[in-house]
Write a protein that binds this ligand. Structure first.
Ligand code: 5AD
Ligand code: SF4
Length: 474
């Protein structure tokens, strides 16, 4: 049994199934053609995974799907709160639907996700967007059938935003966006409270799914032909801490790696504070676990790291990376997130981040200018550096990383990688795109039937962000 985690009971899920049936009947009554839903997703992979569950529930109700908001009878925005820019886009896009809703009163407009879980935002939606019918938070996604039914049948707006530690709901239907590549959440929430981050406030406390539930879903994915399965959590390294008996993330990886089938396991995000040597050894030893480590360092300066409440130093980070390089060598790919312009950060402190970028030599970086988030400690700190200067700092990082990427690509010329072909390429009409174990992209000429398979690709020409390759002839 999990500690401090409430698992949604079978009886509660039965109630939701009854609502699903009621909505089906209602849709049959109201529409002669299959009504369409449009689910718009912002933010991280956890949100993408949540949207896949939302779509699974909607499909059971009888909805079809469209990307065209103006054709939909139901529009759901699954929002992100991590930076201001993401929030602004939501306001703009919801506002743009006002006319459509007024002309089509039967259309339901719903908002959910991390942004809605903040009280000041839900209040703004209540006041300034009266045409929004339904707003629900991150802890009640499994109750969508009930909430939607209420919004459809009572002439009143529904706001359901309980502020709780969080629940785990198993067995919710899922409609996946891709038929070869899948997201598999293994845990929810975050306990770290990095001082800049809103996630712990909107996603609740860390809670892990049971190993047996994960294994069952994983096996089903493999049986359904999925080849790349990414395990998701805000901090996968603390997986299992609240399970009884305790399980470590490395143990989970070993269990999944031992399952039969031709697949590759990825995972994100790792937190340097909880990343262990054991995890690095597990990655090196497990043949089906990709040698890609997304390990965000955020800053290269120890004072800033402490102010961010990250719980590690630059030295500890480097010792982890060096150990990983020692065990996995050329096979290893590192990616990281970086925040520039944390409140009070000086240019000299920023230069430590730049030097860490040059030292780590990541294959890719996700770089952000600090964005103040309501309710977080950093939002109360003095922040004297202008946005313009922060943008210049960011440009310095990007320039350094571009050089590193180009150098690294050159080192791969002539090498062969086992790659997962994930879609069409961008270099030309008949190019396909494939991903190496270390998350590098190789494009090659080939027929579309190769999409969704593993291929051995030889690099013939490294470019800046992708490499050109060809199928290795044996
Ligand atoms: N401002 C800028 N970037 C942020 N991130 C999280 N919160 C903020 C913020 N307030 C970044 C971190 C994190 C990634 C998912 O988003 O780098 O790792
Ligand atoms: Fe946010 Fe830190 Fe938790 Fe990541 S580990 S979600 S940055 S609080």
């Amino acid at each position: 049994m999990a500690v401090n985690t409430r698992t949604v009971s079978a009886a509660e899920l039965d109630v939701q199934r009854e609502y699903t049936a009621k909505i089906s009947a209602l849709l049959n009554q109201r529409y002669t053609e299959k009504p369409l839903a449009c689910v718009v997703t912002y933010g991280c992979q956890q949100n993408v995974a949540d949207s896949e569950h939302i779509k699974g529930m909607l499909e059971e109700m009888g909805y079809g799907f469209t990307d065209d908001r103006q054709k939909a009878k139901l529009v759901i925005f699954n929002t992100c709160a991590v930076r201001e820019h993401a929030e602004d886009r939501v306001y703009g896009n919801v506002g743009a639907l006002k006319k459509y809703k007024l002309a089509n009163p039967d259309v339901i407009i719903a908002l959910c996700g991390c942004m809605m879980q903040q009280k000041h935002i839900a209040e703004r939606i209540r006041q300034s967007f009266p045409f929004v019918d339904l707003v629900f938070g991150t802890h009640v996604v499994h109750r969508l059938p009930e909430l939607l039914y209420t919004a459809m049948t009572r002439r009143k707006r529904v706001f359901e935003l309980p502020d709780i530690d969080g629940v785990i709901a198993e067995g919710i239907p899922v409609k996946r966006d891709n038929d070869r590549k899948a997201w598999l959440p293994i845990m929810y929430g975050c306990n770290n409270f990095c001082t800049y981050c809103v996630v712990p406030y909107v996603r609740g406390r860390e809670r892990s799914r049971q190993v047996s539930d994960i294994v069952e879903e994983f096996k089903q994915l493999v049986a359904d032909g999925y080849k790349e399965i990414t395990l998701l959590g805000q901090n996968v390294n603390s997986y299992g801490k609240n399970l009884e008996p305790k399980v470590t993330f490395s143990e989970l990886l070993r269990i999944l790696n031992a399952l039969e089938g031709d697949f590759r396991i990825r995972f994100m995000t790792s937190h340097p504070k909880d990343c262990t040597k054991e995890l690095i050894e597990t990655m090196a030893e497990c043949d089906k676990v990709a040698t890609h480590l997304h390990l965000p360092f955020q800053s290269g300066n120890d004072r800033v790291l402490a102010a961010m409440n990250r719980g590690y130093t630059r030295e500890k980070y480097l010792s982890l990376i060096n150990y990983a390089k020692e065990l996995m060598g050329d096979e290893l790919s590192i990616t990281s997130d970086i925040i520039v312009g944390f409140p009070g950060e000086t240019y000299e402190e920023f230069l430590d981040t730049l030097s860490l970028v040059n030292e780590v030599k990541a294959t890719g970086l996700f770089t952000f200018i600090y964005s103040p988030r309501v309710g977080t400690p950093a939002a109360e700190m003095d922040d004297p550096v202008s946005h313009e200067d922060k943008a210049k700092w960011l440009a310095e990082i990007l320039e350094a990383q571009e050089k590193i990427s180009a150098q690294q690509m050159k080192l791969h010329a002539g090498k062969t990688f086992k790659c997962f072909v994930f879609g069409k390429g961008k270099l030309g009409d008949n190019y396909l795109a494939a991903r190496t174990d270390g998350n590098l992209i190789i494009e090659f000429e080939g027929g579309e039937r190769l999409i969704g398979t593993f291929q051995n690709l030889k690099v013939i020409e490294p470019l800046t962000f992708v490499m050109k390759g060809e199928i290795e002839k044996l």
